[in-house]
Design a protein around this ligand. Structure first.
Ligand code: BGC
Length: 565
């Protein structure tokens, strides 16, 4: 029997910004429960909910202080049970986001580790003695740098000469997966949630679970203060596969969906080991090859005009995975809570409806299980904050700001860069209607709402407009879920048409019938040679078809889903 997620449409919820039911300005589980009918109507049948476990929220829930209880900011354990029950009643499955690479420094394990050097909990973390320089000053054990700060090591409180490892923020100590006792603790937690009825996990940052066991210096040079961010020291190391296999065997069932976030380092060959159908320990590998194909990543010195979608590279990246990993199930997504809004990346606010519709059409009919990020279905776009301080409610930005300032970047440059790249862009409140705060909350939300909710970028108004982005999404999803289309997408051969076209992303699937998507990724008119015969126009985001002498004239962001004769 085919795995259930091959027929699912996923939707990513960032709970703090979805719907505030209890009026404290922060989204919560009851808010999600309120919106289950909406999601069901949209055609969603799989939710990935970003972390909801107890947390001091230094990294917005990815810093867990208690895995066994719901963060009171989001509700109660009872609310989670209600959410699971109500979602299941509507045929919606639920994945929880499980950050196991690290805990919060406020987790009971770490507290015990600090208090008692002989405790078992101390062995759950990676704690090493520091080094001394010629003058006898204490230095971290090696030169590894971290993602959210300079050195990946922090002094172990209460110890004279030890440090603990944190590949993210200092408040998030890494757990030691080479310790079977630690691993068993995580399997117990997973089993607890599977027993409650959770359908799967999005496994956060799993590429980092195994570290280079030598803990020697990275051979790379440079970095701030001599600390280099060298992900090869702690990403996708050989031991990882064994950990994932054990997690599958001891933590979850065969039918539990495991989605692993592997960052940008895993390539298809390794992904096959992780997720080959019927063999790999996990099911979907999230890698970010198709996310930043417009030159925005690290683009601090570029002008906005220099940011342009590289459509050929996008095609290459999707196809590299399809050609080399089609023995795996693959996820399809444009972005998640760690990225800017796709509409502002590959689409355009000047063509909001056209580009939002084009993007979802392009995505849905490629190969894999689609995941829509909350708000994309109404065309939400990046925020236009007017000062850098507005971005500081994310721990990851605090250090980044210091370092950009110390490199001499002025505020305007930083603002320009963050407006187009920062992950805060994806974390503004969901826009439900045109009442105050976009109907997200009755009180001023902790995170500012994007003002464009007053200009039609909200659910309520789009529900009432048959030509809205929302209604288009619903219609497009209904086709993607149709058994015939689903079979064509999953099992029909995928081919790119006119690979070298710099502006148009066109592909077809040859299955029980042939379907073709043609998408103009530009805010201007382009042309596309078409040597087929149209059987049916299934989806189209403009009125009227401009096709003459085998050439399509494609208007800004115009797209088609066609049946080919
Ligand atoms: C999550 C991020 C988080 C990081 C550390 C990532 O992969 O998606 O939001 O900051 O892990 O947990």
């Amino acid at each position: 029997m085919e795995a259930w997620w091959r027929n699912s449409i996923g939707y990513i919820i960032y709970p703090a910004a979805y719907k505030d039911a209890n009026g404290d300005g922060i989204g919560d589980l009851k808010g999600i429960i309120e919106k289950l009918d909406y999601l069901h109507e949209l055609g969603i049948d799989l939710l990935w909910i970003c972390p909801i476990f107890a947390s001091p929220m230094k990294d917005n829930g990815y810093d867990v202080s208690d895995y066994l209880h719901v963060n009171p900011l989001f509700g109660s354990d009872e609310d989670l049970l209600t959410l699971l029950r109500e979602a299941h009643l509507r045929g919606i499955r639920v994945l929880l986001d499980f950050a196991m690479n690290h805990t919060s420094d406020q987790h009971e394990w770490f507290v015990k580790a600090k208090e008692d050097p002989s405790s078992e909990e101390r062995s759950y973390y990676i704690i090493k003695k520091g080094r001394r320089d010629e003058k006898g000053n204490l230095l971290p054990p090696n030169n590894w740098g971290s993602f959210f700060s300079t050195s990946a090591w922090e002094r172990m409180p209460g110890s004279e000469d030890e440090f603990y490892l944190h590949v993210f923020a200092p408040s998030m100590p890494d757990t030691d997966w080479s310790n079977p006792k630690l691993r068993e603790r995580y399997y117990q937690i997973a089993r607890h949630y599977v027993d409650l009825g959770v359908d799967g996990f999005r496994m956060d940052a799993i590429s980092h679970l195994a570290k280079n066991p030598t803990f020697e210096d990275s051979p790379l040079q440079g970095g701030k203060g001599g600390y280099v961010l060298d992900p090869s020291e702690f990403s996708n190391r050989p031991e990882l596969l064994g950990y994932l296999k054990e997690f599958r065997e001891k933590g979850v069932n065969e039918n539990t969906l495991l989605v692993g976030e592997v960052g940008g380092c895993v390539q298809p060959a390794q992904a096959r080991l992780f997720s080959e159908r019927g063999r790999g320990p996990i099911n979907l590998v999230f890698n970010f090859d198709t996310v930043w194909n417009n030159g925005a990543y690290g683009s601090i010195d570029k002008k906005d005009e220099e940011i342009k979608t590289d459509v050929i590279s996008l095609k290459n990246n999707f196809m590299r995975w399809y050609e080399n990993a089609a023995t795996c199930d693959l996820p399809l997504y444009w972005c998640n809570h760690d990225h800017p809004r796709v509409l502002s990346q590959y689409g355009s606010v000047n063509y909001r409806a056209e580009s939002a519709k084009m993007l979802v059409t392009t995505l849905l009919f490629l190969y894999g299980t689609p995941f829509i990020y909350q708000g994309d279905e109404i065309g939400m776009s990046n925020v236009t904050y007017d000062k850098v301080e507005d971005f500081l409610n994310d721990e990851a930005n605090v250090d980044a700001l210091k370092s950009m300032r110390s490199e001499g970047r002025d505020e305007e440059t930083i603002l320009r860069f963050w407006r187009r790249t920062n992950r805060i862009n994806a974390r503004t409140p969901m826009q439900w209607d045109k009442t105050s705060y976009a109907g997200f909350s009755k009180v001023a939300p902790k995170v500012k709402v994007n003002d464009n909710y007053k200009e039609g970028v909200n659910v309520q108004e789009q529900m009432e407009d048959p030509y809205s982005i929302l209604n288009y999404f619903q219609y497009a999803i209904s086709f993607r879920k149709n058994a015939i289309y689903n079979d064509i997408v999953n099992n029909g051969r995928l081919e790119i048409v006119d690979y070298n076209h710099p502006d148009v992303f066109a592909y077809l699937h040859r299955g029980s019938s042939t379907i073709m998507v043609i998408s103009n990724f530009r805010p201007y008119q382009t042309y596309f040679t078409f040597n087929y015969e149209i059987g049916d126009i299934v989806l189209h985001n403009y009125d009227g078809v401009l096709l003459k002498d085998h050439v399509f004239t494609l208007r800004p962001f115009e797209c088609y889903l066609l049946k080919i004769r």
